[in-house]
Design a protein around this ligand. Structure first.
Ligand SMILES: [Mg+2]
Length: 427
């Protein structure tokens, strides 16, 4: 996946080798022209109509659709179960793999239906730029404002993938600043790949002194948190700033100045189960596959495979799946060259951020505006949580579509961003 930074608004998403597009539409449908274009680029199109559109079936808008578009009318409001069944039919009808099928919908209930059917790419569509959360809360990967943002591209390599444009922060400083209005910013930083470069040995992912000093300067005037998948004590040791709030284990443990404290008690009960899995993973993976590193964190086990030989990934995933398949208490997480086993609790970086915002007495969201900067898939939970009331900034790239509003290229640009904040009159 590549990123380009010259777009400002309604940035494009190029999707490669899509076999099927299922549209579940309540209010409006994309133009016949656009659907023809998608079709010419290899996508079978199913249009499921519900709610307001059901009643308007015979209008000109619908008659102008390309002939090959299969139209299904649910003749009712769009509801989770009903849509789920229609999506299943559409998948069977087009015979497309889940990873080559895109669901595009203007109704949050359809997002939930698509999730249930195991679709990988679910895109919400709404004109209301202040109201994206209903789509993200149901599990949308991305919410766009205009179907023309989606480009479907067929290429000879026949590989799936995407290129998502995200506005570059430095090219859009004015728009970034203007988002705050009178609100006070609150800053959240991921650690690895954001404040410190990713290195081969995770124990040596040090933050530079200049980055630390800038972070300390920022913390003089603003609330600053570091939110990481690492253990809390681990990031504290790296960052070494007393004035910062630390959220470790994706937010399972949070501490900060003035007695700020939170710990997920339900996760404590799962520690013995983690102990057992750790032992087994060391035997079946660490000792058997060279380069695999099993790292026990307080509330999770990370399996690092950055240094493992190519072709061993499948075996690693199999072993992880085997361990957690019968155990509803745990779930699998992914990051950059990391698999993780963690408690299957409904808690993540986004919820940790909301917890911190609500416990800082900042009148959120009326008087304060959180900004979250991160580089990995787990940071998307925070970007989605901030879709309506904050700003997500993606550093570099990862393997999924991103809900971030701005983009920075790398850790060096994060430092430049800190410099910009420190020098800006606005902050
Ligand atoms: Mg990271």
């Amino acid at each position: 996946m590549k990123k380009m930074n010259d777009c400002k608004d309604d940035c494009s998403v190029k999707l490669f080798n899509v076999s099927a597009v299922i549209l579940v539409m309540h209010d409006s449908i994309p133009s016949g022209e656009l659907l023809t274009e998608w079709e010419e680029n290899g996508a079978h199109i199913t249009l499921v109509l519900g709610g307001g559109l059901s009643a308007k079936r015979s209008t000109r808008e619908i008659r102008d659709l390309p002939k090959k578009v299969r139209v299904v009318d649910i003749k009712d409001e769009i509801k989770r179960n009903k849509v789920s069944a229609r999506i299943k039919e559409a998948i069977m009808h087009t015979d497309a793999e889940a990873k080559r099928t895109i669901l595009l919908t203007d109704h949050p209930a359809a997002v939930a239906g698509g999730r249930r059917k195991g679709l990988y790419t679910i895109i919400g569509l709404t004109l209301d730029k202040e109201n994206l959360r209903p789509f993200y809360d149901e599990g949308a990967n991305l919410v766009i404002h205009n179907p023309e943002q989606l480009e479907i591209i067929e290429n000879s390599e026949n590989k799936t993938g995407f290129i998502q444009e995200i506005p570059g922060l430095f090219k859009n400083k004015t728009s970034f600043e203007s988002r705050f209005g009178k609100k006070k910013p609150v800053f959240f930083f991921d650690y690895d790949g954001t404040l410190a470069s990713i290195v081969k040995d995770p124990e040596k992912a040090y933050i530079t002194d200049t980055m630390r000093n800038k972070l300390a300067d920022l913390a003089k005037n603003h609330r600053v948190s570091v939110v990481s998948g690492r253990d809390k004590s681990d990031i504290e040791d790296f960052v070494q700033l007393e004035e910062v709030i630390y959220a470790g284990s994706h937010g399972f443990r949070i501490t900060g100045p003035d007695g700020l404290y939170m710990e997920q008690e339900n996760a404590e009960k799962l520690l013995p189960g983690l102990d057992e899995m750790e032992e087994e993973l060391r035997i079946v993976l660490e000792q058997k596959i060279e380069g695999v590193q099993v790292e026990r964190k307080y509330f999770a086990i990370a399996i690092h495979y950055r240094n493992a030989p190519p072709g061993t990934y499948k075996k690693i995933v199999q072993e992880v799946n085997r361990l957690i398949s019968d155990d509803p208490d745990f779930k699998k997480g992914r990051g950059k060259k990391i698999l993780e086993i963690k408690p299957a609790l409904d808690w993540h970086k986004g919820k940790a951020l909301e917890w911190i915002m609500n416990h800082l007495d900042l009148s959120f969201p009326d008087e304060s505006m959180p900004v979250y900067i991160g580089d990995d898939v787990t940071d998307e939970d925070a970007f989605r949580a901030l879709a309506d009331d904050g700003i997500g900034i993606l550093v570099g790239k990862h393997s999924q579509l991103s809900a971030a509003k701005y983009h920075l290229d790398d850790v060096e640009q994060v430092e430049e961003f800190l410099e910009f904040l420190l020098n800006s009159d606005r902050f």
